[in-house]
Design a protein around this ligand. Structure first.
Ligand code: NIG
Ligand code: FE
Length: 427
């Protein structure tokens, strides 16, 4: 009998989120792909077979085994949109917002993102990596096994590259796999507020080309991880023409594309980004029906970020229900960042999405796993429990996967397995 390194057995419900290639749309998002009384065989960190326990036990011998004790196992969560490399604190801004201050007005007054930029410019690369690793430990305990991280608190060439180096260090030292995104077009730095187009010139003429050169020799490229470029298209941030310049330059350099679109104001960025073949378009709180139809007809993933609305105390959420019903590929993210979403937990994002965006738990789970993986170009490698993918799995403290979205604020994840190794456990 062929030998494998690990068999995870005695799985009451194996929730595979299997998609047989490609992300999930429409009614397919209701299918969590459940196999009862199952086992998973793992070799060299990858899944070699998934099926009923007696079948797997009859096919392989294993050097090691993990007894799931009849509990539910699901894919590790994929968080496709975060800003977890940063320095400083925004806790005072939290109080200002509770007292009624507005996020975009704080930004216009040189606070918000810009206050994080000041602290990040002053911070050493190692300190930035250390801070992100602490945040990633919290995400891992909540079940995240793959995570995108953006730059965007440097806003000059030196600090954007420092952030990329910190992101690379995090990836090399932490079990969670990272996908890097260059978000030099996050805000206008203080030295450019009077000459905004000159900052766009700097992004297009220097920051993006140097970031691409950095990527070309980085370990990310060596292991086949893609890199993305992103833009915050918004009032008091980048207008549509500036966003188009940034995305066109990034595309010509071979970056994958992403956009923060329609978070507060609809400036037409969804149409622009979808038309350019963006991997994802994120936020979408102010998207129009016409743009939902465009997204549904495209391969761009609609990434919604419900912890942001929750954190703003807003009753308005992106209409993810309509997006799913229209056939968009919808993914969920925490948007973990110090200003709009200090939230490490994909289960919390799922819980909010179910209540305020009317997703069903199976839809929320597919949105936080397989569809999120496609949003960051890793849909063929992670996001579901299928042969050939990395063995990234969660043993849950429940025998019903719907508890991942039903319970909130708890610890539904008991054990995290990353590439076949237990990297978090509550035993
Ligand atoms: O995704 N909207 C812009 N960027 C982040 C917030 C970053 C910050 O406030 O520091 C977001 O919400
Ligand atoms: Fe963001």
């Amino acid at each position: 009998m062929p030998q494998v390194e690990l068999i995870v057995h005695n799985i009451g419900h194996l929730v595979t989120c299997a998609s047989n290639g490609g992300p999930k749309r429409g009614a397919a998002m209701l299918d969590a792909g459940i196999v009862k009384d199952a086992a998973v065989a793992v070799r060299e960190g990858k899944i070699v077979a998934v099926g009923p326990e007696n079948e797997i036990a009859g096919r392989f011998t294993a050097a090691d085994s993990i007894d799931a004790k009849g509990r539910t196992v699901c894919p590790g969560f994929v968080d496709p949109h975060t800003h977890i490399v940063f320095a400083g604190s925004r806790i005072d801004e939290f109080e200002q917002k509770i007292r009624g201050a507005d996020y975009l007005e704080i930004l216009e007054g040189g606070g918000g993102i810009i206050s994080t930029v000041r602290a990040t410019r002053e911070s050493a690369e190692d300190a930035l990596a250390a801070g992100a690793i602490e945040r990633l430990d919290k995400m891992l305990a909540c079940g995240t096994t793959t995570c995108e991280i953006k730059t965007g608190y440097g806003l000059d060439t030196k600090t954007e590259l420092k952030m990329l180096n910190a992101i690379a260090k995090v990836d090399r030292t932490h079990p969670v796999d990272i996908v890097p995104t260059v978000l030099a077009a996050h805000a206008f730095p203080p030295e450019f507020v009077e000459r905004k187009d000159a900052y766009v010139d700097l992004i297009c003429g220097e920051i993006l080309p140097k970031a691409w050169d950095w990527y070309a020799t980085s370990h990310f490229r060596g292991k086949g991880t893609p890199i993305f470029a992103d833009v915050f298209c918004e009032k008091n941030a980048f207008d549509l023409a500036q966003s188009e310049r940034v995305l066109k330059t990034a595309k010509a350099l071979w970056f994958g594309l992403k956009a923060h679109a329609d978070e507060f104001t609809n400036l037409g960025c969804t149409k622009l980004a979808v038309g350019m073949g963006a991997a994802s378009v994120d936020h979408l709180d102010a998207i129009s029906d016409e743009e939902i139809a465009l997204l549904a007809a495209s391969n761009s993933v609609a990434v919604v970020t419900p912890p942001v609305n929750f954190n703003f105390g807003s009753a308005h959420f992106a209409d993810a229900r309509k997006m799913i019903d229209s056939g968009c590929v919808v993914a969920l993210s925490t948007d973990y960042n110090p200003g709009s979403a200090p939230c490490p937990s994909q289960p919390l994002a799922m819980a909010v999405a179910c209540r305020y965006q009317k997703l069903l738990p199976a839809e929320a789970l597919n949105a936080a796993t397989i569809n999120a993986a496609y949003a960051i170009g890793l849909g063929e490698q992670v996001g579901s429990i299928e042969g050939g993918k990395w063995a990234d799995m969660l043993i849950l403290e429940t025998n019903d996967f719907r508890d991942t979205a039903y319970e909130f604020g708890g610890q539904i994840v008991r054990t995290v397995i990353k590439k076949g190794d237990v990297v978090f456990g509550l035993e």
